[in-house]
Ligand binder design. Sequence first.
Ligand code: 13P
Length: 241
Amino acid sequence: MAKRPLLVGNWKMHGDGGDLAVIVAIGEAARRHPAVDVALSLPATLIDRARRVCPGLAIGGQDCHPEPSGAHTGDISAPMLREAGASLVLLGHSERRQDHHEDDALIAAKLRAARAAGLEVILCVGETAEDHAAGRSAEVVRGQLTLSLAGMNGQGIAIAYEPVWAIGGDRTPEPKEVAAMVGLIRNTVAGARVLYGGSVTPDNGEALFVDGGIDGFLVGRQSLDADAFTAILKLIDGTAR
Ligand code: 13P
């Protein structure tokens, strides 16, 4: 059975109170496309305000600590995200794997904490440029999935395939490369929705969506612009039927 498409925007460390109008515009676009699940993963400082200005839009965090509370200065827990109004969280993003040296065991602990708090999880996986050049993409992604899921099934989890080399630039894999990785992911995690992320735009989205065989996108830069994000939402809604 075809899964409901899912479009998630990752605002990373962008956005403040001056951007609430963008969130409202995205919420309105989401209402016009009820066949697609839409969510925005925002900086923690915006979660509560986004929920207030846009009660119908799913809001996510971008990370959580494995513990529910404690002496962990600067961190945020899954129950805190939930209480602030988030219904999902990104885990294992390559920027956290790199900047904060997160490994799969830590991501597995975060994943259990997020699910225990009732948050849906977007688990990010993807190979570096070096691994891609060496032909190790499948091996790397399979390892990340196995270790970070640590025996959990796909319940409440979507997998975002984000090749590290495709993030934040203008290069994307060929749709057939995406399709091969999507096949591997579906074989490893039955039932989970599979997203693609990395330099998605309204122009390259359709080929990636249709020929990549994905259930949706995790979008960075283009989610900061309501018109561009809405154009991606429209193409998903138009091609998913
Ligand atoms: P860009 O869409 O800006 O390349 O970012 C992708 C990403 O990292 C989403 O999580």
